[in-house]
Design a protein around this ligand. Structure first.
Ligand SMILES: NC(=O)c1ccc[n+]([C@@H]2O[C@H](COP(=O)([O-])OP(=O)(O)OC[C@H]3O[C@@H](n4cnc5c(N)ncnc54)[C@H](O)[C@@H]3O)[C@@H](O)[C@H]2O)c1
Ligand SMILES: [Zn+2]
Length: 270
C-alpha cells in the first residue's frame, strides 16, 4: 500500500514527542558507519564468498572450519569497532525519555546497541559473542579473542586465501563434562527460525507501538521485513532512515535519506 510520503523532520519530531510507545527497528546499515560491512553491495563478500552464503546451516555442515574462520573474523572486527552517533542517539533517547516505552529491535549481531547503552533491546538474530553447543544446546556468552587457539591469525578476508583446514577437534567445543559437542555461533542463520520467545517479544512491541523508526535495514530479510509494513498498515507512524530506498519505502509515512549517524541524532534530539 503506497502512502503519501514526507521528509518533514519538524513534523516527525512533533509526533515523536507525543508518542508513548516507540520501536526502533535496526539492521546492518546502522553499524556501517562503525566500519562493519553490511551484507548488501561491495561489503557483502568475505574472500570469494557471498557473506550470506556462509551464514547458513548448510555451510557449517559442509565446512565448520570455514564458517568458524568467517565468524572469528566478524567477532574481531566488531570487537574493535565503536558504537557510532546513530547507536548513541538511540541510547540517549531511551535514557532521556523514562515517560515513553522504548524498544530497540535489531537484526544485528554485533552487540553495538548494548555497548552504546541501549537497555530495552531485542536481538532477533542472536549475537556474535554467544555460542551454542550443537549437542547439549547450552548458550554461553564468550568474548575470548581468539575464541580458540586454532583460529589465531585466521579469518583473513583476502580473496586469495583459499580453503580452510582446521580439524574439527581443534574448533571451539563445549566444556561441559561428558558433552564436548562442537560449538556454533548463537546466530539465526539464513533458513533457520527465530527463537519463539524472541519473536513473541518483538511481535508484542511491534503491535503496541504508536511510532516505529526503521533504520539501516534493506527490509528483505524475513520476518523482520514484515514488522514495519504491518505496523504501518494498522495505522502506526513509520519513519525509514536509510541511504537509499528499499522495497518497503512506499509503505511508510516518512523517509529520511542519508547516513543514519547524521539523520538519527537530528531526529532524536530536541
Ligand atoms: N552489523 C551486523 O550485525 C550485521 C552485518 C551484516 C549482516 N547482518 C545480518 O544480515 C542480515 C541483513 O539484513 P539487514 O537488513 O540488517 O542488512 P542489509 O545488509 O540487508 O541492508 C543494509 C541496509 O542498510 C542501508 N545502509 C547502509 N549504510 C547505511 C547508513 N550509513 N545509514 C543508513 N542506512 C544504511 C543499506 O542501504 C541497506 O538498505 C540480517 O539478518 C543481519 O542479522 C548483521
Ligand atoms: Zn554441550
Amino acid at each position: 500500500m503506497a502512502v503519501r510520503q514526507s521528509s518533514d523532520l519538524t513534523k516527525f519530531k512533533e509526533t515523536l514527542k507525543t508518542a508513548k510507545n516507540v520501536v526502533i527497528l535496526s539492521g546492518a546499515g546502522i553499524s556501517a558507519e562503525s566500519g562493519i560491512p553490511t551484507f548488501r553491495g561491495a561489503g557483502g563478500f568475505w574472500r570469494k564468498y557471498q557473506a550470506s552464503s556462509l551464514a547458513t546451516p548448510e555451510a557449517f555442515k559442509t565446512s565448520p572450519s570455514l564458517v568458524w574462520e568467517f565468524y572469528h573474523y566478524r567477532r574481531e572486527v566488531a570487537a574493535k569497532a565503536q558504537p557510532n552517533a546513530g547507536h548513541i542517539a538511540i541510547a540517549n533517547f531511551e535514557a532521556k525519555h523514562a515517560d515513553k516505552k522504548i524498544t530497540v529491535i535489531t537484526q544485528n549481531v554485533d552487540g553495538l546497541h548494548a555497548r552504546a547503552g541501549t537497555k530495552n533491546l531485542i536481538e532477533l538474530h542472536g549475537n556474535l559473542y554467544k555460542t551454542r553447543c550443537t549437542k547439549c544446546k547450552e548458550v554461553l556468552v564468550n568474548f575470548d579473542s581468539p575464541i580458540c587457539e586454532a583460529l589465531t591469525s585466521r579469518g583473513a578476508p583476502d580473496e586469495k586465501v583459499v580453503g580452510s583446514d582446521i580439524p574439527v577437534k581443534s574448533l571451539p567445543h563445549c566444556k561441559k563434562p561428558g558433552c564436548e559437542g562442537l560449538l556454533r555461533p548463537h546466530i539465526v542463520w539464513f533458513g533457520e527460525s527465530l527463537e519463539s520467545a524472541v519473536l513473541e517479544r518483538a511481535g508484542e512491541a511491534m503491535e503496541s507501538c504508536d511510532i516505529c523508526l526503521v533504520v539501516g535495514t534493506s527490509s528483505v530479510v524475513y520476518p523482520a521485513a514484515m514488522f514495519a509494513p504491518q505496523a504501518a498498515a494498522r495505522g502506526a507512524v513509520v519513519a525509514e532512515f536509510n541511504i537509499e530506498t528499499t522495497p518497503a519505502t512506499p509503505d511508510f509515512q516518512y523517509y529520511f535519506e542519508g547516513p543514519c549517524g547524521t539523520t538519527l541524532p537530528r531526529a532524536l534530539t530536541e
